[in-house]
Design a protein around this ligand. Structure first.
Ligand code: CA
Length: 232
């Protein structure tokens, strides 16, 4: 099956060069010039990967990245940032927003294609792994053992009592150490509970969960302006 790529770049020359290169390589390509269009097309077409220029007029690339990750319909697609040299701070910010990789301009065709192939390959592996993952398999991370099937958490032989929501919150984060979860995404994973829960409530549950985990509570890190992550 043809992999699909959405190009988001306001500079026409680069946009066309990318389109031409990727189409010739056999990818299915869509290209847009603004962040607003990017969000609309990503949601409608659900491409496998988005090449996202960070310096865009109006809605900038970092905001687009964050919004893509926050929308359940586009949260799983791969994002490769396109940056100019000397935008290191933006690259770090982009990774914190959930970007998978970056390419600096000017780029060579060979490096570009190799990076995209690598990201798409990882994406495929992650999806397969997620589909095959045994939901009842226990998670061992740092000094915690989490049994999803039994809804139990142990820290060094000591059982920790958590509410159903706290448990699900911990499970969501600890399953993917190092991954940043927006409050939106966390809410999605808590939706199995029988009551409505707001973004603000996520913060309250995190505070309570950290307290119950004691010293291990520090593994749940706040990512300012984004959400939470379980320490790698
Ligand atoms: Ca630009």
């Amino acid at each position: 099956m043809k992999r699909s790529i959405l190009i988001v770049e306001d500079e026409e020359d680069i946009r066309e060069l990318l389109s031409y290169t990727l189409i010739r390589e056999g990818y299915q390509v869509a290209a847009v010039a603004t962040g607003e269009e990017a969000l609309a097309v990503a949601e409608a077409k659900r491409p496998d990967l988005v090449i996202l220029d960070l310096m865009l007029p109006c809605l900038d690339g970092l905001t687009v990245c964050r919004k893509l990750r926050a929308n359940p319909k586009t949260a799983d697609l791969a994002i490769v940032m396109l940056t100019a040299k000397g935008e290191e701070a933006d690259i770090v910010a982009g990774f914190n927003m959930g970007a998978n990789d970056y390419i600096t301009k000017p780029f060579s065709r060979i490096v570009l294609l190799a990076r995209l192939r690598a990201v798409l390959r990882n994406l495929g592996l992650n999806r397969d792994a997620e589909e095959e993952a045994d939901d009842d398999a226990e998670i061992r991370v740092h000094n915690l053992v989490i049994h999803p099937g039994r809804h139990q958490v142990w820290i060094e032989e000591q059982r920790v009592e958590l509410s159903a929501t706290e448990f699900r919150l911990l499970y969501t984060l600890a399953r993917k150490p190092g991954w940043v979860f927006t409050r939106d995404r966390i809410l999605d994973s808590l939706h199995g509970d029988n009551y409505a829960i707001t973004e603000r409530a996520v913060d309250v549950h995190v505070v309570s969960l950290r307290r119950k985990l004691g010293a291990a509570g520090q593994y749940i890190e706040t990512v300012r302006g984004v959400g939470y992550r379980f320490k790698e």
